[in-house]
Design a binder for this molecule. Structure first.
Ligand SMILES: Cc1cc2nc3c(=O)[nH]c(=O)nc-3n(C[C@H](O)[C@H](O)[C@H](O)COP(=O)(O)OP(=O)(O)OC[C@H]3O[C@@H](n4cnc5c(N)ncnc54)[C@H](O)[C@@H]3O)c2cc1C
Length: 541
């Protein structure tokens, strides 16, 4: 048995690192136990073919909270994000394309190719989204009220609700729309062009195994716009060196504060004494005792695989059983000998990468296409017309591939977390990967030939490699029933589990998935509030 520390964190994902930072800064002795040989969880950079490195899973940055960046002094330690010249490029079925981003006027000019009305209304749309995104930004670093806590819960709920109460009636209607409507209903209320609706609607199916017609999918769209890059709200960018450079820096920062990070140290179970979590047992048999056990892993993994059922209240177990975790994501990294040459925007005349190569290239031209992809996935496992987003980070970051060659991230949606009819991803991952590459090739002939190597992560592989149950990139669906005070379970939405001394700090808690650092930040504050080591100051997280 190892000497007790103030806090043990199960998992060294970015949220575990952020949580460790705030606890260590407050004087806690913290140990992180990470299953893999590197820290970072879903935010890591690895070499997948000699000379070719890429962000393995998470690949683009926006949501990382400015407060976390500032407090951890990430910029001073080398954190750098490159903005893309435009955000998205969507090849269209008629042989044209839509470019999104690069400034309001450029986007309006682009939209005018499809609809003068959509171009004209764009500023109002951005304003409306921005107001609601601001509410979300505001709530993201607050612990949701813990239902069941009586008066303190009511006070906290009133305080947080005041922000919405202060909005105009029209803005409150937008909030209601975004939290309850389907992405299609929401976008139909603003735009008329299919291409424009697809450009915005794509965000609603990212990590969301659902049709854009599903009620609540508008919220997922919103979740993807509450971030910022270098002070530009809603923008997404590339972290130089890949997402792993963020977590590598975070690890360095926490080590400087004395946090011990143990790699290749999978936790097998949480040790419980009466109604209190008191430590963990590693797969190696080592027991690590601590006053606080903090899980960076998702709720399903923690409560269904690392705990003995008898240690948890039966009603809580039932709720966790019903907690939905499955995002239908298929991820691939490819090494390329050349940039793709799109039929709708040929490379001829380009000296190097075009701005469209530096953007998120989205193959999902309409909401109907996205709806079909989901329906196909439900019935057949995956669609013959899959939703593909491709980013080529080596066009903005030379550190990732040999000169003249490239790496691309293929981020594909609506691949059934569990294949129907007893089929297994072990038998189908190669065929699905071939099909994804063929889908890009249909728009950029020669693409398939340019693929030198590929690294495939089906939903099953995401679970095996990163411990993401159901391959869920967000540690659980971002549906209204699993958000805010109900993430993961109503009554346990403030980072505390049903056992004393047991906390959660990962994406399965408010404000949810993405590389935000917010759950880690908020969880640390709650641990410090509860713990209040005698004589130690705890107000800074
Ligand atoms: C394919 C993919 C693409 C994504 N794209 C983006 C994107 O572009 N931008 C974005 O903002 N977000 C993206 N996300 C979402 C985002 O990466 C995650 O929501 C976020 O990284 C979760 O962070 P976390 O620290 O809460 O958990 P995780 O990153 O999941 O970390 C949990 C850690 O726990 C470890 N662990 C698991 N089991 C054990 C055990 N038994 N013992 C010890 N340790 C254990 C894991 O190895 C892991 O290191 C993506 C995710 C995926 C999977």
């Amino acid at each position: 048995m190892t000497a007790a520390c103030d806090a043990v964190i199960i998992g060294g994902g970015h949220n575990g690192l952020v949580c460790a930072f705030y606890l260590a800064r407050a004087g806690y002795k913290v140990r992180i136990l990470e299953r893999r040989a590197i820290v970072g969880g879903a935010a890591v950079t690895e070499e997948f073919h000699p000379g070719f490195r890429n962000s393995v899973a998470s690949y683009t940055v926006s949501l990382l909270h400015p407060r976390v960046i500032r407090d951890m002094r990430l910029v001073e330690h080398g954190y750098r994000v490159i903005e893309r010249p435009i955000s998205n490029f969507l090849p269209q079925p008629d042989g044209g394309y839509l470019k999104l981003g690069g400034g309001l006027h450029r986007t309006q000019a682009e939209f005018a190719k499809f609809s003068a009305q959509d171009a004209a209304i764009l500023p109002s749309y951005y304003d409306a989204l921005e107001v609601v995104a601001d509410v979300l930004r505001d709530l993201s670093l607050k612990a949701p009220p813990n239902v069941g806590d009586g008066l303190s819960m009511i006070v906290a709920a009133l305080k947080q609700g005041r922000r919405i109460g202060g909005l105009s009636l029209e803005q409150q209607r937008d909030v209601l729309d975004l939290f309850t409507k389907s992405a299609r209903d929401f976008l139909d209320g603003w735009f008329e062009s299919d291409a424009v609706k697809a450009a915005f609607g794509f965000d609603a199916v990212v990590g969301n195994y659902a049709s854009p017609d599903a009620p609540g999918s508008a919220y997922v769209l919103l979740h993807h716009v509450f971030g910022e890059v270098n002070g530009k709200k809603g923008a997404w960018g590339h972290s130089v060196g890949g997402m792993g450079s963020i977590t590598r820096i975070m690890a360095q920062v926490v080590r400087n504060l004395g946090v011990e990070i143990s790699l290749e140290s999978p936790v097998a179970s949480v040790l419980v004494d009466g109604a209190r979590a008191v430590g963990v047992r590693l797969e190696s048999g080592e027991e690590v005792m601590a006053r606080n056990i903090i899980a960076n892993v998702g709720p399903k993994l923690l409560y269904e695989r690392l705990m003995t059922p008898g240690d948890l209240p039966a009603d809580f177990r039932k709720r966790i059983k019903g907690y939905k975790a499955a995002s239908g994501t298929f991820r691939m990294n490819v090494a390329l000998s050349a940039l793709p040459d799109f039929t709708c925007l040929p490379n001829a005349g380009l000296a190097g990468a075009g701005e469209h190569h530096q953007s998120g290239i989205v193959i999902a031209p309409t909401l109907d296409y996205m709806d079909r992809a989901f329906t196909d996935a439900k019935t057949q496992g995956w669609s013959k017309q899959p939703i593909v987003e491709m980013l080529i980070p080596s066009t903005v970051d030379e550190s990732l591939a040999p000169a003249g060659q490239h790496v691309a991230s293929l981020f594909c949606q609506q691949f059934a977390p569990v294949l129907p009819d007893g089929r297994s991803w072990d038998d189908e991952r190669e065929a699905a990967a071939d099909h994804i590459i063929a889908t890009v090739d249909a728009h950029a002939p020669g693409f398939a030939r340019s693929v030198i190597a590929r690294d495939i992560l089906s939903p099953l592989d995401l679970e095996r490699k990163f411990g993401l149950v159901g391959g869920d990139i967000m540690h659980g669906n971002m549906t209204l029933d699993q958000l805010w005070a109900a993430r993961p379970v109503l009554g346990h939405g403030a980072y505390r589990g049903p056992l004393k001394g047991l906390y959660m700090c990962g994406a399965g808690t408010h404000p949810g998935g993405g590389v935000t650092g917010a759950p880690g930040h908020n969880a640390a504050r709650e641990v410090l509030r509860d713990g209040a080591l005698p004589g130690r100051w705890f107000g800074r997280a």
